[in-house]
Design a protein around this ligand. Sequence first.
Ligand code: UD1
Ligand code: CA
Length: 476
Amino acid sequence: MVCKVSAAILAAGMGQRMRSVLPKVLHQVCGRPMCSLVREVLRDAGIAHVVGVVSPQGQAVRAALGADTDFVVQPQPLGTGDAVRYALIRVVDSAHVLVLYGDTPLLRPETVRSLVCGHIAAGPAVSMLTAEMDDPAGYGRVVRDPEGRLLEIVEQLQCTPQQAAIREANVGIYCVDRSVLDRYIPLLEAHPPQGEYLFTDIVGLVLRDGLDVRTVAADAEEVAGVNSRHQLAEAEAKLRRREVRRLMDSGVTVVDPATTYVDRGVTVGTDTVVRPHSYLLRGTAVGSGCTIGPGAYLDGATLADGVSVIFSTVEGSCVGPDCTIGPYAHLRPGTVLETAVKVGNFAEVKNSRLGVGTKVSHHSYVGDSDVGRDTNVGAGAVFVNYDGRDKHRTTVGDGAFIGCNVNLVAPVRVGDRSYVAAGSTITDEVPAESLAIARQRQRVILEWVRRRFGPAPDRPEEGRGHGGGEPGSDGF
Ligand code: UD1
Ligand code: CA
């Protein structure tokens, strides 16, 4: 942006209508605190200097707004007018100030840019966005004279019944000359019962002095403020639809947008198909040509191209090209799968690296381990990583075969091309190209059943006097 503009995000209010211990602006929409979405819009709009007005307890709000924000503390929540007064302390050399609230998560950067550019080009004292609302309850009303000339903004609480019927609402996004703020903010008066200074009063004051206020019509959906849990859910649904649409526009097939949950900032490559009931959350990045879902839950997951995830959970994991996950698998944080790894039914992998072509097909727990390439982990194998106090690592080489129901008690190593026989509990190193069997040798007691329980009922002629061994000698 050419001309020097500062922005002020007001984020010091309590948000009592949310009935929450969490400040309103920290409530999340598509996985992101509302105020951080507003902050991101300003970054995208190219506004370099942004002041965050926060409460004295606003540490988490500061973190959500980010380190590139200039902060000021509003000691008490005495209204939006009071909050702007504090913001001005940090506005040193900008001629214009964009004022906006931390509870408008659907705002777009284009809208901000055109408001600011239009303000600079037209040169009024104040530019403000307004929107025609089907239900303007809770918003300040834009009051005009019979000729349509703007008179003032009247808050819902102060509205006469006629004013309450006005559908044009103030949406709380303004661009104001710095000199105008310096002159009029001190003139705001506290409103009973709470003694709040309403920033919106500035409009009437400016107009009464004959200065110009320019209104710009905005899309009601985009500039909606969130004051309640109900509006939070509406904002969530709208932003989600927008994110899903963004994916579809970029070449992703989304089979059922209504049941596809995509957090802000998630990326998906072209020709990936997202099937119903799937969640792509918190910084998930999916490559091209993948099949996601049905029923995929991806949280902080990085998937390369050609990956398939069906009815499975992938959290904080990195999945290489052409891997297949599921159905019913769980990749937990710290998992790295190289190329063409298979993790199948009811298998759980945690904090482990699995080499190219390795398979963990069914019912296994693979935790805290490094597994080489082309190794097979049989059904029911467990990497016993926890001794009740500490976690230990297991190392398995390339081309190894871990039989069914094996326990690998960590710390332990299994060498390249080794075999571990089914049902073994391994506590010592298995050298390369060896077979380890750690189980009792099988014993067979012939005809034990017949001696104990007699012949089968349908074959009574058999059995009498037959059979070897001493009766009762092996009667367990
Ligand atoms: C405000 C507007 C209203 C407009 C609506 C649009 C005023 C007086 N009213 O009402 O005309 O239609 O937004 O959504 O401005 N905040 C502070 N310090 C305070 C009070 C509030 O930082 O002392 C912050 C809040 O954290 C919030 C923002 O200002 O992010 C707006 O406050 P809120 O209480 O939501 O205002 P509304 O009642 O929605
Ligand atoms: Ca609000």
